[in-house]
Design a protein around this ligand. Structure first.
Ligand code: BG6
Length: 514
């Protein structure tokens, strides 16, 4: 099988220096640097380029470059495309390695930024990067504000003579509505909105971007994409991993903060948004934000009825015994932190009035799957002899985002035989059957887009705040009302019973996870 359309080839991004804060951290070695390597080997990064790593530990440029070389090689090992191993591109990596430098220091110390400023001038003169800099904040969230303040004080955010200065800010952007607002206000004192690139790595996933293509590049879906034809929508982000070694982060965070206002709401807004006027960053981001602003506020009563928080107890995930969340190292014995959340949201606008959106995400579940399913209304009347409307399958269009990316459509067909009998069948499109994608971290598109100044796949301030505003009542309720239920589910299950009841109440049910 082959693709039948065409794709566009992109050009190398403009000259620039990439400055990575948190250069010795996990994100840099696992995602950022492999992505930079992939971009370089695809010719998408300019040869007028340099990388500066900033970290606390003292080390030489050479040691730092050697450390990254080892990590990136390790990451690329065993990668293949169409069953053929991909050789490591020595030339591309060699170029990167010879353009890596390192600065050590405390990122709160203004002296570091003075040194960085001098260093950038030198690199600019050596590499012809035209004063363009992307600052990547791959650091703990508590450092976002201080680093941006220091960049401002050192004049590093200043865009002179046509050069650009852009700042990529990782997740989590705030821990609730107030802190997100405060962080937005703080960074906006130093940076214009178009210099800020708030990352949500879900938007780097090909299949997430494909939601827009499927909706807006095909004529057949959009006429059905509304309350007249859609009964409800389900969004599932189920993970098999548990808290692992992240207890200190997760205890403070929980599934709602960790996944919902960011990743899950990206999926929700791409599915529910109106067609944008264009694919310009602001046109798309405005439509996405409008979806979140139209969500019916979760007042106390709605939180009680429509939001389920769960926590996994001991169980078995994929054949392995898993201890309960509360038994995990670093987790409080009486922890009320949720590892699962399900909710019903209603979008109060012309298109979606009366169409519930059910969202769920959890850790230590039976299967890893990220899926959006659009559940269409059944036919109004059963025309076939001996077939009641009840036995007809609902048409379901489902986006499988990971693993096994694809799109499938479920519908009814006649079973062979003299009787008219109806059976549910499925049309399945699998990405890998049509497209051979080179292995990627998902950060390639995001880093490249930042370098070319396209913020479409990044979160705008209002959108981040709108996301927090939706979930804030649930956070408040759980914090203030100690009788708020916490539903336990065995690790390796599909989540707590209360989440099933959330749908049963209206005669619906979750798509099975198995
Ligand atoms: C991260 C969350 O943002 O996303 C993790 O902090 C979660 O808890 C991860 O596991 C999921 O991302 P992915 O790409 O593995 O689906």
């Amino acid at each position: 099988m082959a693709e039948t359309g065409s794709t566009s080839r992109r050009e190398a991004a403009p000259p620039c220096t990439l400055v990575i804060f948190g250069a010795t951290g996990d994100l840099t070695k696992r995602l950022v640097m492999p992505a930079v390597y992939n971009l370089m080997r695809s010719g998408l990064i300019s040869r007028n380029f340099a990388i500066v790593g900033l970290g606390r530990s003292e080390q030489t440029d050479k040691d730092f470059a050697a450390y990254l070389a080892k990590e990136v090689r390790g990451f690329m090992q065993g990668h293949e495309m169409g069953g053929v191993p991909i050789p490591f591109d020595e030339e591309a990596w060699g170029f990167i390695e010879s353009h890596i430098s390192y600065l050590a220091g405390d990122l709160n110390d203004a002296g570091v930024y003075k040194r960085l400023s001098e260093h950038l001038k030198k690199l600019d003169a050596e590499n012809g990067t035209k004063g363009n800099v992307v600052f990547y904040l791959a650091v703990a969230a508590s450092m976002f504000g201080p680093i941006v303040d220091r960049l401002g004080e050192a004049g590093l955010a200043q865009q002179d003579g046509g050069s650009f200065r852009r700042v990529i800010i990782e997740k989590p952007f705030g821990t609730d509505l107030d802190s997100a607002r405060a962080l937005n206000a703080r960074v906006r004192k130093v940076l214009d909105e178009d210099q800020i690139y708030r990352i949500d790595h879900f938007l780097g996933k090909e299949t997430v971007q494909n939601i827009m293509v499927l909706r807006f590049a095909n004529g057949i879906f959009e006429p059905l994409w509304n309350r007249d034809h859609i009964d409800h929508v389900q969004i599932t982000v189920a993970e098999t991993v548990g808290v692992e070694r992240r207890a200190s982060f997760y205890e403070q965070t929980g599934a709602l903060r960790d996944m919902v206002p960011n990743h899950v709401f990206q999926l929700l807004s791409l599915i529910a948004m109106e067609p944008p006027n264009s694919f310009a960053a602001d046109a798309v981001r405005t439509e996405k934000t409008k979806v979140l602003e139209a969500v019916a506020p979760l007042d106390q009563e709605r939180v009680r009825r429509n939001v389920v928080r769960g926590q996994y107890s001991a169980g078995t995930v994929r054949g392995n015994a898993v201890e309960g969340y509360r038994e995990s190292q670093g987790v409080a014995k009486e922890s009320a932190t949720e590892t699962y959340v399900a909710m019903r949201l209603d979008i109060e606008n012309w298109r979606w009035a009366g169409v519930p959106f059910y969202l769920r995400t959890g850790k230590s579940m039976t299967r890893r799957t990220t899926e959006i399913s659009i559940q269409f209304k059944t036919v109004p009347f059963a025309l076939f002899r001996d077939t009641s409307v009840d036995t007809l399958t609902r048409n379901v269009l489902s986006f499988q985002l990971q693993p096994d990316e694809g799109v499938s459509l479920q519908f009814d067909a006649k079973r062979p035989g003299p009787e008219i009998e109806v059976g549910g069948v499925k049309m399945d499109f699998k990405y890998k059957d049509y497209f051979q994608a080179a292995p990627a971290t998902g950060y390639e598109t995001l880093i490249y887009d930042c370098m070319i100044g396209d913020a479409m796949l990044f979160q705008r301030a209002d959108s981040v705040e709108a996301g927090w505003a939706v979930v804030q009542p649930a956070l408040d309720y759980w914090r203030n009302d100690h009788s708020a239920p916490l539903e336990f589910y065995p690790a390796g299950s599909a989540g707590p019973d209360a989440a099933d009841q959330l749908l049963w109440r209206s005669g619906r049910q979750w798509r099975p996870l198995e």
